[in-house]
Design a protein around this ligand. Structure first.
Ligand code: MG
Length: 240
């Protein structure tokens, strides 16, 4: 009898798909992952309502290390400050305060949020960060998630939008390799289009993969934060 510990539902499904009869499996704590995700979603829901009670618009930016999340948030944040919006950024990282310092140096309010060792922020960490802020002081909260294209996908934080940022320098196969995060985000942003040629990547390949995956129901926005291209379209897509 296959003996399975801490399996996710997906893993059980895979075993069944491979011909293993579920009746012959002895599964221990198979529901654990489901319970963790359900608990996260409940707190995310509470975060969402807390932000709405204070009239705050929020975006969770996900993406790999080096995709350009910090630079993009700074650019968007500065534009919104220029329009009179009060912006705060929650800088998520495993350890350290490098991005937090960059936000502060750019003139944005910021809160540092370290996960310790986890590869993603979760709704509980955001609840804690929000509790330390005076929410009446802000109109917009941006969250920079921990840098990777895997773990953050499963953990909504309670924001209005979830945006995934990828860059051409990561290669042209990001969408094909990471379906979940592209399916779980509201919009996708393809950064560093100005240097795609240098890494021999055709941005259209990435866009085509995205359109195929999402059935054309969502849009991937091309931009270059460095060259100040495409930023206004992203702002509009996020409802600003
Ligand atoms: Mg960063």
């Amino acid at each position: 009898m296959p003996f399975c510990i801490n399996l996710s539902c997906a893993c059980v499904d895979r075993l069944i798909g491979n011909g293993v009869d579920k009746g012959n499996m002895h599964i221990v704590q198979a529901g654990m992952e489901f319970d963790v995700l359900r608990a996260n979603n409940k707190i995310a829901h509470e975060n969402y309502h807390l932000l709405k009670e204070h009239g705050i618009k929020s975006v969770d930016f996900m993406g790999s290390i080096g995709a350009g999340k910090t630079a993009l948030i700074i650019e968007i944040g500065k534009r919104l400050v220029g329009r009179g919006k009060r912006v705060c950024v929650i800088a998520g990282d495993v350890t350290g305060d490098d991005d937090f310092k960059r936000f502060r140096e750019a003139g944005l309010d910021a809160v540092n949020c370290n996960t310790g060792k986890e590869c993603h922020l979760d709704a509980r960490l955001i609840r804690k960060s929000l509790a330390g802020m005076n929410l009446d002081d802000f109109d917009v909260v941006f969250i920079e998630n921990v840098g990777n294209l895997v773990c953050p996908a499963d953990f909504p934080l309670g924001t209005d939008y979830r945006a995934v940022v990828v860059s051409t320098t990561e290669g042209d196969d990001m969408v094909r390799k990471h379906h979940d995060i592209f399916l779980h985000s509201d919009i996708a942003i393809l950064n560093k289009i100005d240097i795609a040629y240098a890494v021999d990547v055709d941005p259209e390949t990435i866009v085509e993969d995205y359109n195929k995956l999402t059935g054309g129901l969502k849009k991937m926005y091309k931009c270059s934060v460095k060259k100040d291209e495409g930023i206004d379209e992203i702002l509009a897509a996020l409802g600003f």
